[in-house]
Design a protein around this ligand. Structure first.
Ligand code: FAD
Length: 395
C-alpha cells in the first residue's frame, strides 16, 4: 500500500503542503486533505476589500486544483487526533489512518481576552480576523459610519496573525471615509503594545494622507483597555470612555487552532513548538505543524510564511515516506501593507534554522520618505504576489 499523508486545514499552509506532496511524489504518496469549508476566503487582501479595492468574490478559492493534482479532499472537520494509533477522527465519525500528518488549522480567537466582549457579541463588534461572513459584516458597518462618526479598533497583543494587519486596516478605513465624504470621522486604535509593525511608515503615511483621522493609543497613553459594552457601543480605557462608537472592531488575543491544542501539540504559550529543520512538532515526530498555529521563531504569522513552511514540511514528508532527497530548510516572507491605494510598504526577510529556532538571515523594510513611484511599484508587486501565491496554494 502507498504511504499515507493526511493534511488538516485547507488554508495557505495545509493546501500548499497537500498540493506539493501530491505533485512532487507523483502518486507515490496517498494524500488526503481535511477541510470543512468548500470555499476558502483569504484574510490576506481582505483589507483591500474593506478599502473598496477588491471584490469579495476575488478573495474566494476552491479546492478543484488540489483534486486535479490527485489530492483527496474531504469536506469535514477533524474532531480529534488519535496520536497513539496515528489516525485522524472526522466530525462525521470516520477515521483516517496516517503515516505522516500535517496540521495547519490556523488560529483560534480568545473570546475571553477582552472584558465585556464574547462570541455572542462578534456580529455587533466584529473581529474580521477570520475571513468570510465577518469580513462582510465589518465592511457593511464601515460603509454605514456617518461623517463625524467614531471607529475604535482594539488591537491584539503579540503574537498574532498578520502583525501589520490592524494598521493597514485603519489605513483602508480612513481611505474609504476620506474619499466618500466622511473625512470628519475618527479612528482610535487602542493598543496593548508599545510599538507595532512598520510603525514609522504607517505614522508617516497617516499624517500625510489622513491628518487628524487616526489616533494610535499606546498603553501608556490609553492606560489600558478596561472593557467594552456591545449594547451601548462603548469602549472604556483607563484614560477615556468612548461612547456611541459607530463601529468597534475587536481583534482579540489569539492561540493555535483547537485541534492542535487538543492533540497536545501546544506548549504553555498555546502555540505549537516545532523543529526548525523540518516543521515537525516537538511533541510528535510523525506530525508537522505549519502556518499560524506554529511557533515560527523570527517569522511572522502570515500567508507567505505558511506557504513557505508548507514547502519545507512537504519536502520532509517525501523524504520520510518515499526516501526523496531533502535539502536544508530555508524560509522566506514578505508582508505588503497599503497606506493608500497608491502607497504600499513592505517588510520581509529570509530565514534558516539556527540555535534550535527559525532565525532571520537577512531582512528588508521600506524606508520613510520614499518617492511615490516606488510606493506604486510596491503596490504592483503586492497585487502580483496575491495572484502568484493563490495559484501556488490552490493550483
Ligand atoms: P488559515 O488560513 O486560518 O487556514 C486554516 C484552515 O484550517 C481553515 O480553512 C480552517 O477551516 C481549517 N481548520 C481549522 N480547524 C480545522 C479542523 N479541526 N479540521 C479541519 N480543518 C480545520 N498574510 C500575508 O502573507 N499577507 C497579507 O497581506 C496578509 N494580510 C492579512 C490581513 C488580515 C486582515 C488578516 C486577518 C490576515 C492577513 N494575513 C496576511 C495572514 C494570513 O491570512 C494568515 O497568516 C494565513 O491565513 C495563515 O494560514 P494557515 O494555513 O496557518 O491558517
Amino acid at each position: 500500500a502507498r504511504p499515507r499523508l493526511v493534511v488538516v486545514g485547507g488554508g495557505p499552509g495545509g493546501a500548499t503542503a497537500a498540493r506539493y506532496v501530491a505533485k512532487d511524489a507523483a502518486g507515490a504518496i496517498d494524500v488526503t486533505l481535511v477541510e470543512p469549508n468548500p470555499t476558502y476566503v483569504t484574510c490576506f487582501h481582505s483589507n483591500l476589500f474593506l478599502g473598496g479595492l477588491r471584490s469579495f468574490d476575488s478573495l474566494l478559492h476552491g479546492y478543484e486544483g488540489l483534486a486535479r493534482e490527485g489530492v483527496r479532499v474531504i469536506h469535514e472537520a477533524a474532531s480529534a487526533i488519535d496520536r497513539d494509533r496515528r489516525a485522524v477522527v472526522l466530525s462525521g465519525g470516520g477515521r483516517l489512518p496516517y503515516d505522516r500528518l500535517i496540521l495547519s488549522p490556523g488560529i483560534d480567537l480568545d473570546y475571553g481576552s477582552v472584558p465585556g466582549w464574547s462570541r455572542d457579541a462578534e456580529d455587533i463588534m466584529p473581529h474580521a480576523w477570520k475571513a468570510g461572513r465577518q469580513t462582510q459584516i465589518l465592511k457593511a458597518k464601515l460603509d454605514a459610519v456617518p461623517d463625524g462618526g467614531l471607529i475604535v479598533i482594539i488591537a491584539p497583543p503579540n503574537p498574532y496573525r498578520c502583525p501589520p494587519g490592524p494598521y493597514e486596516r485603519a489605513s483602508m478605513m480612513a481611505h474609504v471615509l476620506k474619499t466618500k465624504g466622511r473625512g470628519r470621522a475618527k479612528i482610535i486604535i487602542v493598543d496593548p503594545k508599545e510599538k507595532f509593525s512598520k510603525q514609522g511608515l504607517f505614522q508617516e503615511g497617516w499624517e500625510a494622507n489622513y491628518p487628524g483621522m487616526i489616533e494610535w493609543m499606546a498603553p501608556d497613553i490609553s492606560d489600558g483597555l478596561k472593557s467594552v459594552d456591545p449594547k451601548t457601543s462603548t469602549v472604556v480605557t483607563g484614560f477615556e470612555t468612548y461612547r456611541d462608537a459607530a463601529l468597534v472592531n475587536v481583534i482579540p488575543a489569539q492561540m493555535a487552532g483547537a485541534i492542535a491544542r487538543q492533540a497536545g501539540l501546544a506548549d504553555a504559550s498555546r502555540w505549537c513548538p516545532i523543529d526548525p529543520d523540518s516543521m515537525a512538532s516537538r511533541m510528535d515526530a510523525a506530525i508537522f505543524v505549519i502556518g499560524d498555529a506554529a511557533i515560527p521563531g523570527d517569522m511572522p504569522k502570515s500567508a507567505f510564511a505558511a506557504n513557505s513552511q508548507a514547502k519545507v514540511a512537504a519536502m520532509k514528508v517525501r523524504a520520510d515516506l518515499i526516501g526523496a532527497r531533502a535539502f536544508p530548510a530555508r524560509y522566506a516572507n514578505t508582508c505588503w501593507s497599503l497606506i493608500t491605494p497608491e502607497d504600499a510598504v513592505k517588510v520581509g526577510g529570509r530565514y534558516a534554522p539556527a540555535d534550535g529556532r527559525i532565525r532571520e538571515v537577512e531582512g528588508f523594510i521600506s524606508q520613510t520618505g520614499e518617492p511615490p513611484a516606488l510606493r506604486r511599484a510596491t503596490q504592483d508587486e503586492n497585487m502580483g504576489w496575491y495572484a502568484a501565491i493563490t495559484a501556488d496554494i490552490f493550483g
